[in-house]
Design a protein around this ligand. Structure first.
Ligand SMILES: [Zn+2]
Ligand SMILES: [Zn+2]
Length: 419
């Protein structure tokens, strides 16, 4: 997609400020959706830079790495997987938004007014609060969102641990805005809102004084990621914490926060991380006799049981002692080096192919994946660790699917242009 606009999207200053929502209406107002920079896609170097910084500062402060390799790579992979649907569609949120705007808008706020920009800022953040709250209170949406909470660590990589399927339900919550706010303004804010939420995933930043009253901060969001009973279903805010204070879902940090799901999944299998809760819900619904209980399994909260209130009783969850140790099986240093190098190569290709060497590189990468899948399938290639067999196969198959969809979407869009 061409990226025209007043902002030089590659500028380090704009990129850095975009990560913290320190960007003015003047430099981020656009008339057409096509002109809106792809802020999230362009943020990859900043994600990597800040993660390295966190690793270094964390090491200097605590004397130990604050990011675990297995967990960190699983999180970053989830981030990459979650963006696969964007290859062949504009993104559910924006597509549905534009549909409603085109047909049902009540009035058109001017795209170049600072007022519209601020209304969109508040509107997106307010809607995000409800998207997020429902993602915790309705089991079938939680099945998607639990991916983000499945890490037992809390660092910048956790921010990237995103769900592949959540966008298929979240779009509906933003539609009221489409009655008055132009899509190009919405397209800016939906991205900047997500980007802001990156830096708050760290334990290295402590109390930020008066900012804690208004903004969602590392301390507030840390509580949101806790599995202690006082943390469950609290602090849903995106940029502002005022929504939680208003709607009674705010909790301040008390005793030590233990991170992750109430029942940890103890695996780094990227497909399992994304999909396990759907399977669990399906199995769970079959254990109930009545149709209504079977349906309520998907609609009520994850802790719900028959005879209990909609969100269940959080005291039924496993008790947190503060002594919990995150799942982090040891593996040899050479194997770690091997995985890091290959992961960086894959990440480089992921970025590079999208930007410059399209489509030849994608076709070559697709061929490479076909060769690996075939060799593994017929036993000519064994994974280094038997336990990694399923993960490796799944990852390569997913990559293949990714490049095939990329090729298809590029072919389709270039044909459309020449028509
Ligand atoms: Zn959440
Ligand atoms: Zn989070």
């Amino acid at each position: 997609m061409p990226m025209a606009g007043a902002v030089n999207p590659d500028s380090v200053s704009t990129g850095t400020r975009a990560m913290f929502f320190m960007i003015t209406p003047n430099e981020s107002s656009f008339q057409k959706v096509e002109d809106v920079p792809q802020y999230v896609q362009q943020a990859t170097p900043f994600f990597v830079g800040l993660m390295v910084l966190e690793l270094v500062v964390g090491f200097l402060k605590t004397g130990a790495p604050v990011i675990s390799l297995s967990d960190g790579l699983t999180s970053v992979s989830a981030g990459m997987i979650s963006r696969i649907p964007l290859l062949f569609m504009r993104g559910c949120e924006l597509t549905a938004y534009m549909f409603v705007w085109d047909r049902y808008r009540l009035l058109e706020l001017p795209w170049d007014s600072a007022w519209t920009w601020w209304i969109a800022f508040l509107g997106v953040d307010f809607c995000f609060y409800w998207v997020h709250r429902l993602a915790h209170e309705v089991s079938f949406i939680w099945a998607a969102h639990q991916v983000h909470h499945s890490s037992e660590y809390y660092n910048l990589t956790t921010a990237l641990r995103q769900s592949l399927t959540q966008q298929f339900t979240s779009w509906i919550f933003y539609l009221p805005m489409a009655l008055i706010v132009p899509p190009a303004v919405f397209a800016v804010h939906i991205q900047l809102n997500l980007l802001y939420q990156f830096w708050i995933h760290t334990e290295l930043i402590k109390n930020l004084g008066p900012l804690e009253w208004v903004f969602n901060t590392p301390t507030h969001h840390k509580v949101h990621h806790g599995r202690n009973s006082y943390c469950i279903d609290k602090n849903y805010g995106g940029i502002l914490i005022i929504w939680d204070r208003l709607f009674g879902t705010f909790a301040a940090e008390k005793e030590k926060v233990v991170f992750g799901l109430v029942s940890p999944i103890n695996t780094f299998d990227i497909l399992y991380v994304q999909l396990h809760y759907y399977l669990y819900l399906g199995r769970r619904s079959t254990t109930f006799k009545t149709i209504s209980d079977k349906c309520l399994t998907f609609i009520n909260g994850p802790s719900w049981k028959p005879g209990k209130p909609r969100l269940g009783d959080h005291l039924d969850n496993p008790k947190v002692t503060g002594q919990e140790v995150p799942h982090d099986p040891s593996w040899s240093l050479p194997l770690q080096m091997y995985v890091i190098i290959h992961f960086l190569l894959a990440l480089g290709t992921y970025q590079d192919c999208l930007k410059t060497r399209w489509p030849r590189a994608a076709v070559l990468e697709m061929l490479r994946c076909v060769v690996i899948v075939t060799m593994q399938r017929y036993g000519y290639m064994k994974p280094l660790l038997p336990t990694l067999a399923v993960t490796t196969q799944a990852f390569v198959s997913l990559s293949l699917l990714y490049w095939a969809l990329q090729s298809f979407s590029k072919m389709f869009s270039s044909r459309k242009k020449t028509d």
